[in-house]
Design a protein around this ligand. Structure first.
Ligand SMILES: *Cc1c(COP(=O)(O)O)cnc(C)c1O
Length: 353
């Protein structure tokens, strides 16, 4: 049986040629390709300052550090997100303050945020979960620094702006399963030139005239060349994801629910997450698809909820606790072939849901 993976990168001849060019150039470390990627990103986002780094997590950490988030400060984040965000906050020395998410789009819940803001709150990290833009306008009114976690949402639009350009600072990830990839890699984006220059200074320790502790957060030119060749395909990637999402929605029964995009926003379908009425229904579809060679995942499991990791009372996070039981993520990626999409649709049409 032909197995359809849950995720797979799209690597074409252009990507291979771009990496090969770096390999034969004699310069593998951060160099002209990294510089080029930063230029491409600034152009794509319509201005601002892009600093390529080794990962999304490193970008979050460095962002917090340069904002002078330290021990004694508090940083608000949703419980429904990968632990990378929590790790970056602990690395900064600050205290993470978790809040629940909204039923409609699985993004950070504004009311809960307003309840936990104190005089120690230094920043709010706002992921656009599964490529669905969170509502930043209300959060910006709080006057607190907003870090957009755009790791899953490159190309999504909120109002008239691309996500990543709305908050005070934003991070991107080029991990293997993200919208565009370099295998690994990240990027810190900001309108604040001084802050970006500090990031550029901090990412590299060697041969410096003065001393203070810096680190190695560099991206290689091989990664940057790969990411650049993928950025050229971004619009196609986004359209392809939308098409797959539309195909699935057409055949799935109407009682199933999906993330709902905010009125003035355009998501990019990083994941296709189906929401069931109960865990049994979810598990039945998962088993059925698996028996037919289709890999699916539970996008965030209960044990991964950040409040569970921290041993906090689950009753304080009711939406997240419910959503982990009721959601399943189906394959959605540009490398998925037309016949594979048709095969999944045929199965979904006959699915026991
Ligand atoms: C992937 C991801 C990160 C971390 O990025 P890495 O490049 O893997 O370190 C952070 N936040 C979110 C929402 C992510 O999806």
């Amino acid at each position: 049986m032909h197995i359809i993976q849950h995720n797979k990168p799209f690597i074409g001849e252009e990507e291979q040629a771009a990496v090969k060019k770096v390999l034969t150039s004699g310069w593998l470390d951060q160099g002209p390709e990294v510089e080029g990627l930063e230029r491409d990103f600034t152009f794509y986002l319509g201005g601002g300052n892009a600093v390529a780094l080794s990962s999304g997590t490193a970008s979050l950490f460095l962002g917090l550090k340069l904002l002078e988030v330290n021990k004694g400060d508090e940083v608000i984040l949703p419980t429904y997100v990968c632990s990378a965000v929590l790790n970056a906050i602990y690395m900064s020395g600050a205290k993470p303050v978790l809040v629940d998410i909204r039923e409609s789009d699985f993004n950070i819940d504004h009311d809960s945020v307003e309840e936990v803001i104190t005089e120690k709150t230094k920043a709010i990290i706002v992921p656009h979960i599964y490529g669905f833009p969170a509502d930043l306008r209300r959060l910006l009114k709080s006057g607190i620094t907003i870090i957009e976690d755009t790791a899953q949402a490159l190309g999504a639009i909120s109002g008239k702006s691309k996500v990543g350009t709305i908050g005070h600072l934003s991070i991107f990830s080029f991990y293997a399963t993200k919208i565009i990839t370099g295998g690994q890699g990240g990027l810190l984006f900001s309108m604040n030139k001084r802050l970006s220059e500090k990031a550029r200074d901090y990412r590299e320790f060697d041969c410096r005239g003065d001393y203070y502790p810096r680190f190695n957060f560099k991206m290689t030119d091989m990664q940057a060349a790969l990411v650049r060749s993928q950025l050229i395909r971004l619009q196609y990637f986004i359209e392809r994801r939308k098409k797959i999402s539309d195909s699935y929605k057409e055949v799935l029964p109407p009682h199933l629910r999906f993330q709902k995009a905010r009125q003035d926003s355009e998501p990019i379908f990083y994941r296709f997450v189906v929401r069931f009425n109960c865990e049994e229904d979810r598990d039945r579809l998962k088993k059925y698809l698996s028996e037919n060679g289709i890999q699916t995942i539970i996008p965030i499991e209960r044990y991964e909820l950040l409040h569970r990791y921290l041993g906090l009372d689950p009753a304080a996070f009711p939406v997240s606790e419910k959503i982990v039981d009721e959601t399943l993520s189906l394959p959605i990626y540009p490398a998925l072939k037309d016949e594979e999409i048709s095969r999944i649709c045929e199965l979904l049409e006959k699915a026991p849901v």
